[in-house]
Design a protein around this ligand. Structure first.
Ligand code: 1JT
Length: 251
């Protein structure tokens, strides 16, 4: 089998632990021959990220807090890139359980800054490193388009993120840089753990989805491979659902 990402270098932001979608994507990219640069947020995650980076055969593992302009400006020292994976989001726990109408200004702005604006900042910082064209992608969720109980402030942040994907695709298309989002079905990552009624969400999806099951990180990662590879060369500004088909159902 030819390797789909041979000769390409990918920057993957958001490796927090072995359940991270970013880590599944790193493993799939490595399988397909890419060179990997992995980033993590905060000193607290350094050891874990370095261990996972070593396991995935990463060339380099370093800190990148997407709210820190010095970290974003420092990215350019890492040379040429062909693909960027933005797998970063944050919201306060209380904003994912209390009624949405009670969302505070600070909680709303925090979710927007980390989960949506960071995509714009990362795209600006890395577009300059993709002189030969490239592929930038992010992760989103159905809660951006539909009301999913408890997703709340993240729904508003992901709606903003998906709009950012379209505007970035329009701006960067002339430089042959594609920008897309993968809308993953609910997956039991560390972020999802501790979310109220998350197990019920998984059960409901498995019953209603056309494929009658949930999705796993490897399926999301294989779609990321497609988007990063030349197979995805005609695809930009899109949200691709990797959700066992759940999103198409009306009832
Ligand atoms: C964040 C968290 C972003 C959990 C996330 C997320 N994107 C998807 N999930 C999982 C999820 C969460 C809920 C849900 C469905 C999926 C945790 C905090 C950081 C940002 O509702 C049905 C609530």
């Amino acid at each position: 089998m030819p390797q789909l990402l041979e000769g390409k270098t990918a920057l993957i932001l958001g490796v927090a632990n072995k359940w991270s979608l970013a880590y599944a994507i790193a493993q799939a990219f490595r399988r397909e021959g890419a060179s990997l640069l992995l980033t993590y947020q905060g000193e607290r995650l350094r050891q874990t990220a370095e261990g996972l980076g070593a396991d995935a055969g990463a060339t380099n593992v370093f800190e990148c807090d997407v709210t820190n302009d010095d970290h974003l400006n420092g990215l350019r020292e890492h040379g040429k890139l062909d693909a960027v994976v933005h797998s970063v989001a944050f919201a306060n726990r209380e904003d994912l359980s209390r009624p949405f109408v009670e969302t505070s200004r600070a909680g709303y702005l925090l979710a927007q800054e980390v989960s949506a604006y960071s995509m714009v900042a990362v795209a600006r910082a890395t577009a300059a490193m993709m002189s030969g064209g490239g592929s930038i992608m992010t992760l989103t969720y159905l809660g951006a388009e539909r009301v999913v109980p408890n997703y709340n402030v993240m729904g508003a942040a992901k709606a903003s993120l998906e709009a950012c994907v379209r505007y970035l695709a329009s701006d960067l298309g002339p430089s042959n840089i594609r920008v897309n989002a993968i809308s993953a079905g609910p997956i039991k990552t560390a972020s999802a753990r501790g979310i109220k009624d998350f197990s019920t969400v998984l059960e409901k999806v498995a019953v209603r989805a056309p494929l009658r099951r949930n999705c796993d990180p490897a399926e999301v990662a294989d779609t990321a491979v497609f988007l990063a590879s030349d197979l995805g060369r005609g695809v930009t500004g899109n949200v691709i659902f990797v959700d066992a088909g759940f999103q198409i159902m009306g009832l």
